[in-house]
Design a protein around this ligand. Structure first.
Ligand SMILES: Cc1cc2nc3c(=O)[nH]c(=O)nc-3n(C[C@H](O)[C@H](O)[C@H](O)COP(=O)(O)OP(=O)(O)OC[C@H]3O[C@@H](n4cnc5c(N)ncnc54)[C@H](O)[C@@H]3O)c2cc1C
Length: 391
């Protein structure tokens, strides 16, 4: 006899866990999360963990604010507090982008986000030792935060367990099929059936959906990052989340003496053709030497005093890129409830509380919440891709 439950979730990252949490709050019956490795083993445990609202898309700006509030209230609501660092977000970009920055500020401000243009002197007070030149303009969002992504993912898992959800680690789903109104899921040791299955498996999801004959327009994209340490005997520190268009990197503090550095991938991944494709199970898990060298050069442009700093460690991971860089939150047409949340394009950590809340509502009521109508899969078939920018 196959094991049954009310909702099966495949993937123990922030998407699956946040949806499990909201399903439990809605009292949606027996919920089970299957994770083939350990909780947070995918992108979730490796994200930069930055949450900010300065984007040129009102919905996205609001969703990010919701997520920031969620993580800040994790202790108050569920007794599982994690450190949330209120570093603020400092954007440095070329004056040619002035109109688009002002537009993002206007849109974000309209949703309640506090962000404004600042001058070079103010930027340097906020982040001593930041590069400046006559062509650079700056904006600052004081409420932006960063947190340790693995700590946050594990905290979510603890809350989910307290709410009665079963999380099974080391449990890979090997087969998935629709049998009438049920979805059947097979692992190495057992077969399970459920009227509702949510796939929250990021870069692994497109191949899992292939068998249903409707390929998702999502590509895996290799992303490399590095932790860099401040030079010995330097009293300079990174104090802010910084995004610098001139060098093409973003960074945030990591502990007292280090910083997380990643590429602003959206600057050059303009379509799926630009993705550096890699099989998530085959790609190298650390950055290439050439990347480390380029990244250090870029870092020394943004923070010239980091020239003497050094790379501490690196890793590489696989993003799930959608054609417009926005997620796809949807379900397969048909009697069975096969839902999926995917295509986060490097931004799914900060969206996870919003995604969990809306996917749980979708699953519970069977009706797509208004907030996610524009995030349907259908938009690509209808040519209604979302226009937005990250600056
Ligand atoms: C370097 C880097 C920096 C980032 N920085 C940020 C940031 O600052 N802000 C932000 O918002 N986002 C950021 N992101 C993106 C963010 O991390 C992801 O969008 C988000 O974590 C995706 O969560 P997920 O749960 O959908 O996927 P994942 O965390 O990848 O989880 C999917 C899980 O599914 C499991 N799985 C796959 N196949 C199976 C199977 N067959 N059976 C069972 N389990 C399976 C995997 O093991 C994995 O644990 C960053 C990503 C990277 C790589």
């Amino acid at each position: 006899m196959p094991l049954t439950c009310d909702v099966l979730i495949v993937g123990g990252g922030v998407t699956g866990l946040s949806t499990a949490l909201h399903l439990a709050l809605r009292k949606c019956g027996r919920v089970r999360v299957l994770e083939r490795h350990y909780v947070g083993a995918g992108q979730s445990g490796r994200a930069a963990g930055i949450i900010r609202s300065t984007v040129r898309h009102a919905g996205l700006s609001r969703w990010q604010a919701e997520s920031s509030g969620f993580f800040q209230k994790l202790d108050e609501q569920f007794g599982e507090g994690i450190p949330v660092h209120p570093a603020g977000y400092l954007l440095a970009t070329d004056q040619d982008h002035s109109a688009s920055v002002d537009d993002a500020i206007r849109v974000a401000t309209s949703t309640g986000c506090r962000v404004s243009r600042i001058d070079a002197r103010q930027a340097n007070e906020l982040q001593p030792g930041l590069r400046f030149d006559d062509r650079t303009i700056y904006a600052f969002e004081p409420g932006a935060v960063h947190l340790d992504p693995m700590e946050a993912t594990q905290a979510l898992a603890r809350v989910v367990r307290q709410l009665g959800v079963e999380i099974v680690e080391g449990c890979e789903v090997q087969r998935l099929e629709v049998a009438g109104s049920l979805v059947r899921v097979a692992t190495e040791t057992e077969t399970m059936e459920s009227p509702v299955v949510l796939l929250g498996t990021s870069c692994w999801l497109p191949s899992q959906m292939e068998r249903f004959g409707q390929p998702l327009p999502v590509r895996p994209h290799r992303a490399e990052m590095g932790f860099f340490q401040v030079p010995a005997r330097s009293d300079r520190r990174l104090q802010r989340i910084v995004s610098d268009a001139a060098s093409g990197i973003y960074l945030r503090p990591e502990g007292a003496d280090q910083m997380f550095v990643g590429w602003r991938e959206g600057d050059w991944v303009k379509s799926l053709e630009d993705c550096v494709q890699q099989d998530p199970d085959q790609g190298r898990q650390t950055a290439e030497f050439s990347t480390v060298r380029k990244m250090h050069q870029a870092l020394s442009t943004t923070l010239p005093w980091m020239r003497e700093g050094f790379v501490h460690r690196t890793f590489a991971c696989t993003y799930d890129y959608s054609p417009d860089g926005m997620p796809i939150l949807d379900r397969l047409e048909g009697p069975a409830g096969l839902y999926f949340a995917e295509g986060f394009s490097g931004g799914g950590f900060s969206l996870s509380p919003f995604v969990g809340r809306t996917m749980a509502e979708y699953i519970d009521t069977g009706r797509r919440p208004d907030d996610i109508v524009e995030l349907s899969w259908q938009r690509f078939r209808e040519g209604k891709t979302i226009q937005w920018s990250n600056n």
